[in-house]
Design a protein around this ligand. Structure first.
Ligand code: FAD
Ligand code: MLT
Ligand code: ZN
Length: 452
């Protein structure tokens, strides 16, 4: 270990190799506190050449490394489970001047999502991906997990925002494709490949990101429904009936009550409905609200008066109710998170099945369900003393039988590694392994994530 630490210090300078157990502890446990490991060192390279040098040292010393951004990932992929070196992207945080005409910006892997949002907003533009961990989550981590968030419905996930990428692969070579052109049909799609690779192929150092115009105004409404089935159908019909729908988020009465208690906030009366959909529409707000009112009036199963907000403070109050769900779920204990996609027709039955299943195998556990209903994406959060991997296994079985996906947006990580060969064909997994061998021949890149 002393040799390794000294060699790493020659790459990045002594000040950027952290070994004090108290200092590195936070980097060894994930956001959910479900996975904890250990590391000989957290290394913070300051540029692409230093990243390359760190990878070379790790290869030479036959030590694996785990790239880490904000450590907000939810599948245990960002922590050193078996004594790997942690490569922190904290110092790769530069955000270039926004290219207003090209509608894009170059961001270092360690730049925060909020940083990119602020840079875009300063010139009247917007970065289309948004999620509640925006202050801590990094662009590199979001690309590595192909993060989704609340606006996928309108703009797609991280992969759809990528115009270029720079990365150092596990074999030491540097990928640099940063011209940021909208059309560029010159071979394999490396941004697309590295996006969603969860640190298993290389370290992403910078990306070029597409930006979109800011809407003239935005309206948010919380609509109550008599049942989950009504809410799912209502969300789909709203998307079809009004233009400019940017988000459709499902919440349930038990989750909203826990959020209200956790954040000490009052709920609008509509929040007591069995199911609630938060709908955000962009464009001319007044016209949209009129459309929205008409469209809501035509839906089946609407209960109560929708809560509507046009101004920023009111919108933030409504969004807070949805965005505080992960934090409120984590406050119930060490939370087992499942992040699944289901066909719209089975969502209501799935929620009933999961609740029954939790009642059977983890009777005292809290089970919070919410999600991006416009994408068929539900987040299941189970926390409590008797919750173990059996709960995950049983829920994923239900998902698989229903023809869904075991990961909508958080990725496979370490949490669902054992499931990969059950949900992807032998040919798919063989192709994954061939790519892994070619780009990371020594198998040093994040060995705990993705590939079993
Ligand atoms: P980390 O957690 O540090 O790492 C995640 C993975 O990426 C690891 O496998 C790591 O090895 C790899 N990695 C990190 N940086 C690099 C790099 N530069 N090069 C190569 N590999 C790298 N996700 C969604 O999709 N949608 C949501 O709505 C959403 N909401 C969230 C809300 C909260 C409150 C929290 C805590 C998380 C949420 N997430 C959501 C999880 C999401 O995966 C992360 O927030 C984000 O994508 C990870 O960024 P990070 O910088 O924290 O990455
Ligand atoms: C969300 O949509 O809130 C996130 O994906 C985080 C979570 O699943 O809790
Ligand atoms: Zn989500």
């Amino acid at each position: 270990v002393p040799d390794l630490v000294a060699a790493l210090a020659t790459c990045v300078g002594e000040a950027h190799v952290l070994t004090d157990p108290g200092v590195v502890a936070g980097d060894c446990t994930d956001w959910t506190r479900r996975w904890t490991g250990r590391t000989p060192a957290v290394v913070r390279p300051g540029g692409v050449d230093e990243v390359r040098a760190v990878i070379a040292v790790c290869r030479e010393h036959k030590v694996a490394l785990v790239p880490q951004g904000g450590n907000t990932g939810l599948v245990g992929g960002s922590v050193p489970l078996k004594g790997e070196v942690v490569l922190s992207t904290q110092r790769l945080d530069a955000i270039a001047v926004v290219d207003e005409l090209g509608l894009q910006v170059i961001a270092g892997a360690g730049a925060s999502l909020a940083g990119v949002q602020v840079a875009a907003a300063a010139v009247g533009l917007r970065f289309a991906v948004d999620l509640a961990a925006r202050d801590t989550a990094t662009i590199g981590g979001m690309v590595a997990t192909n993060a989704g968030g609340t606006h996928v419905l309108r703009f797609g996930s991280m992969r759809a925002q990528l115009l270029g990428i720079e990365a150092v692969l596990g074999n030491g070579s540097v990928v640099h494709h940063m011209r940021g052109l909208r059309k560029d049909n010159t071979g394999y799609d490396l941004p697309g490949l590295l996006c969603g690779s969860e640190g298993t192929l290389g370290v992403i150092t910078a990306v070029s990101l597409r930006l979109v115009p800011q809407p003239a105004s935005i309206a948010v409404a919380l609509v109550g429904f008599a049942s989950i089935g009504d809410a799912v159908r209502g969300a789909i019909e709203l998307d079809g009936a009004i233009g400019g729908v940017e988000a459709l988020e499902l919440m349930l009465a038990d989750g909203l009550a826990i959020v209200a208690a956790h954040r000490s906030v009052a709920l609008p009366s509509v929040a007591t409905a069995p199911a609630t959909v938060l709908v955000e529409v962009a464009g001319d707000a007044a016209a949209r609200v009129e459309h929205l009112a008409g469209a809501v009036g035509a839906l089946r199963g609407v209960v109560g008066e929708p809560a509507v907000a046009l101004d920023a403070a009111g919108r933030a109050r409504l969004w807070q109710l949805r965005e505080a769900h992960p934090e409120a779920a984590a406050a119930q204990g060490i939370v087992h998170k499942l992040d699944v996609t289901l066909p719209a027709a089975v969502i209501e039955g799935f929620v009933a099945d999961v609740r029954a299943l939790c009642g059977r195998i983890a009777p005292g556990a809290s089970c919070l369900i919410y999600g991006h209903v416009g994408d068929g994406n539900l987040h299941v959060n189970v926390a409590g003393a008797e919750v173990d991997d059996q709960v995950d296994e049983a829920i994923l079985e239900v998902v698989d039988r229903a023809g869904g996906s075991i990961s909508a947006e958080h990725g496979i990580g370490t949490a669902k590694k054992a499931w990969l060969e059950r949900v992807r064909s032998p040919g798919d997994v063989a192709a994954f392994r061939a790519i892994k061998r070619a780009l990371d021949p020594d198998g040093i890149m994040n060995p705990n994530a993705l590939l079993p």
